[in-house]
Design a protein around this ligand. Structure first.
Ligand SMILES: Cc1cc2nc3c(=O)[nH]c(=O)nc-3n(C[C@H](O)[C@H](O)[C@H](O)COP(=O)(O)OP(=O)(O)OC[C@H]3O[C@@H](n4cnc5c(N)ncnc54)[C@H](O)[C@@H]3O)c2cc1C
Length: 445
């Protein structure tokens, strides 16, 4: 009899794991259970479909169940929810009471949006952007019209991506943020170009503000913020996510950071025969040298592949994460890698930081734009611990460079000394990264 892998969850982590397991063991029987109607799609692309930059929702789908059956010999079953796991017997229970036996189980159940504990937060016009189903609901609301005014709750990357999509659909958009300023994950001078882009887009952002309640009002909503009310057509929540760890926890899998399923570097949980990966699982942090919970697509696909290889008998080992993320609003890119000074200090480092502004290309070239770089390093050792970048032009490549340097454990001095290329239309003679690193080692121009 063929050994059988059951995967719960049919998106980034689950299908990366299934595909890697197939590559590792051509004889394995592989069954993927997905409770929703969709599999193998880019949740990260949803804001761009809502905003109209991606023309069709099908453009976000990599492969359908027929592809997996015909090309990979993987059975993908949609509309099947795993409701329980009997680890001793090696069985998954579905919502219909069916028992699906397994020899190896990969739990890749992702995360769900967190709705703030506010009256009315479940009302019809309060929407989220998490998966294809929720994106279709938002799109249907916008198509139905007339929707003119929207409130976005939360100004993290997801909130701002949602806000930009609504602006592109012609809505007036305002946002509220409970923190004292927008994009609190970034240092104030790094967030500044993004805040300027929010202003330029005509978006009012109320900071230090609290959503207190939402009530229906005909086809719209009345929202109470800090005692005042506003009439709006829809509310989009960008208030964070929580791991879907309950089914694995009920089967005895230990939970770790953020309430996610604790896994080792091979993706193994504390229960024999059960692996986990992606937003539902913890991940090893390269600098902190402990498990963290960082729900990102990059982590999900990398962890899925490692677990898939390991459970199929191959060599799987997860190198770790730095929590590298990036986003964009109004043509301004922004993101972060590694530790900020607060987290670095809590972890026992002696953090120092520098912020410098440079140009994305040679200043005399037409259309150059500012780039702000923040670097964080450990004072006694000089080790680079993290960085943040925001501005116009090439932000992703600069964040990638910081990620390589932090991941390799380089001293900040090495970034200052790096032999980076230069040509006026692409990069300046002294890159903003080197301006910041130079300032860190006392070599300011
Ligand atoms: C709008 C948006 C934009 C994003 N942009 C980025 C980005 O730019 N960069 C980035 O790195 N990350 C981004 N992310 C995060 C990224 O999408 C997730 O980290 C990634 O999808 C996680 O993959 P996953 O497979 O672990 O979980 P998911 O993609 O959530 O998939 C889990 C699947 O499991 C299914 N499932 C759950 N429970 C069960 C059950 N009991 N039985 C059966 N099936 C079940 C769910 O229906 C779901 O399909 C974004 C997320 C969103 C929502």
């Amino acid at each position: 009899m063929r050994r059988r892998l059951v995967v719960v969850g049919g998106d980034a982590a689950g299908l990366s794991g299934a595909a890697e397991a197939r590559r590792t063991d051509p004889d394995l029987e592989i069954v993927v259970l997905e409770r929703g109607p969709d599999v193998s799609y880019s949740a990260c692309g949803l804001p761009y479909w809502i905003g109209g930059e991606v023309a069709r929702e099908s453009d976000l789908v990599s492969h359908d169940p027929a592809y997996f059956a015909e090309r990979r010999d993987i059975e993908v079953r949609t509309g099947v929810e795993a409701t329980g796991i009997d680890a001793a017997a090696g069985r998954v229970w579905t919502q219909d009471g069916e028992a699906v036996g397994y020899d190896a189980l990969l739990v890749a159940t992702g995360a769900r949006p967190v709705r703030p504990p506010v009256p009315g937060v479940d009302l019809h016009g309060v929407l989220i952007l998490r998966d294809m189903v929720s994106a279709r609901a938002l799109n249907a609301r916008l198509q139905r019209g007339p929707a003119r005014r929207a409130l976005v709750v939360g100004t993290g990357a997801l909130g701002l991506e949602g806000a930009e999509a609504l602006l592109r659909r012609g809505l007036e958009v305002e946002a509220i943020e409970v923190a004292p300023r927008a994009l609190p994950a970034l240092a104030e001078p790094v967030a500044a170009p993004v805040v300027a882009a929010l202003d330029a887009a005509g978006m009012e952002v109320r900071t230090g503000a609290k959503l207190q309640g939402i009530e229906p009002d005909g086809d719209g909503l009345v929202v109470t913020i800090d005692g005042g009310t506003r009439a709006l057509d829809l509310v989009l929540l960008g208030t964070g996510v929580a791991p879907n760890a309950e089914v694995a926890a009920a089967a005895g899998c230990a939970l770790g950071a953020g309430g996610a399923i604790a896994v080792d570097r091979r993706g193994r949980t504390s229960v024999e025969g059960i692996w986990a990966a992606g937003d539902s699982a913890t991940a090893w942090h390269l600098v902190l040298e402990r498990d963290v919970w960082m729900p990102l697509a990059t982590t999900a696909t990398r962890q899925g592949r490692v677990a898939g290889r390991d459970l199929a008998g191959g060599e799987g080992w997860f190198p770790g994460v730095l929590g590298s993320w990036m986003s964009t609003f109004g043509g301004v890119g922004f993101g972060a890698v590694g530790l900020d000074p607060a987290v670095a200090g809590q972890a026992g480092f002696v953090p120092r930081e520098v912020v410098r502004e440079g140009r994305d290309r040679s200043g005399y070239m037409p259309g150059t734009r500012p780039i702000v770089v923040r670097l964080v390093w450990d004072d006694p050792t000089g080790r680079l611990l993290g960085g943040q970048v925001a501005g116009g032009g090439e932000v992703a490549a600069r964040l990638h460079s910081v990620s390589l340097a932090v991941g390799a454990g380089l001293e900040v001095r090495r970034l200052a000394e790096a032999d980076l290329g230069y040509v006026p239309p692409l990069a300046p003679l002294r890159d903003p990264l080197q301006l910041a690193a130079g300032a860190a080692v006392g070599d300011a121009p």
